[in-house]
Design a protein around this ligand. Structure first.
Ligand code: 8YV
Length: 319
């Protein structure tokens, strides 16, 4: 029987669980199902296994005196109180890079789906409407202007793909990256004003909360006569969802492609009712190959911690 106890704070991927259970004693969401049992076990819990959407509060960290590592199977870790972890000497790790291709592929897919109305076209054929005439014309993506909110690893992978579509690429980020061949704009509103597609790929958390607000959406709507399209493959928290619904209902922007939402898995009925919006259930990294690579990396971080070897991918704050 493995002698290291770990707490899984979310329902973990079936690609992660078997290797975790073979190496550790895994307590599945005990903090939710049986807080009293967790109190009894707390002095033994040395690791937390989490997903990109997990919440790990300062209170939970405080409750676990033997905690050494929080291993997140995901690149985003905005739900983890990293400051509280660091203050306690607990390291936080995540799974960057291995998901860049999938998230970038999905961003391009959502841009194409929203511009060319592919889901609506599919519904059109299935509903037998084709025999009554052609669909309304859609809009072209190749050659259009892409604005990226965020220019990290995934942002760069999206930009790289956009170049193959003959698109021009501009971006906004906390800091300009002069080594990259893309135009930097200081804020999301000025970027939106010059974008046919505004793609959000910036970390979630307090620093980016509702950064895409009514003003940014209005600028995106004014960017061309066809009105810009918003794509979000980052976190729902980055977009003011109420302002987005309002902008879509009033035709302020041209459409949207959304992988992430404010209160997942709950998607507001008003959003679901809009035919020009493409909605997918947070599937940015959801391919078998990528989820396996993420699980392996999350596991490797735990193994390294307990073997006393260098951690493959600590979050930047813990490097
Ligand atoms: C997953 C994600 O939803 O990596 C992230 O930050 O949001 C996603 O890839 C999730 O973390 C899988 O566990």
């Amino acid at each position: 029987m493995p002698d290291i106890d770990i707490l899984a704070v979310s329902k973990l991927s079936p690609l992660f669980t078997p290797q975790l259970q073979a190496a550790y004693r895994v307590h599945d969401r005990l903090h939710e199902s049986n807080p009293a049992a967790l109190t009894a076990l707390a002095p033994r819990i040395r690791a937390i296994a989490a997903s990109g959407e997990s919440k790990v509060s300062a209170a939970l960290i405080e409750q676990l005196p033997a905690l050494e590592i929080i291993s997140v199977m995901g690149v985003g870790y905005d739900g983890i109180d990293v400051a509280a972890a660091k203050a306690r000497g607990v390291v936080v790790t995540h799974t960057p890079d291995v998901l860049n291709d999938d998230v970038a592929d999905l961003a391009i897919g959502l841009m194409l789906c929203a511009a060319r109305q592919l889901p609506a076209a599919d519904r059109y054929v299935r509903a037998g409407q084709w025999s009554q005439g052609p669909m309304p014309l859609a809009r072209k993506m190749s050659g259009a202007r892409l604005g990226l909110v965020g220019m990290g690893r995934i942002g760069q992978a999206i930009a790289h793909r956009a170049l193959a579509f003959g698109m021009s690429v501009a971006y906004t980020a906390r800091n300009a990256r002069p080594a990259l061949p893309y135009r930097f704009l200081a804020d999301a509103e000025s970027l939106a004003a010059e974008s046919d597609f505004l793609v959000v790929i910036t970390p979630g958390g307090a620093g980016t909360r509702r950064m895409i607000d009514a003003k940014v959406l209005a600028a995106l709507g004014r960017s061309s006569p066809q009105k810009g399209i918003l794509v979000n493959v980052a976190r729902g928290s980055v977009v003011d969802e109420a302002a987005l619904i309002d902008a879509l209902e009033r035709g302020v922007i041209g459409g949207a492609g959304l992988d992430v939402f404010e209160d997942e898995p709950n998607v507001p009925e008003r959003l679901r009712a809009l035919p020009q919006v493409v909605l997918v259930p947070h599937i940015g990294s959801a391919t078998g190959q990528t989820r396996q690579a993420m699980a392996d990396l999350a596991f490797a971080n735990l193994q390294a911690k307990f073997a006393g070897t260098p951690l493959p991918t600590p979050v930047p704050e813990c490097r």
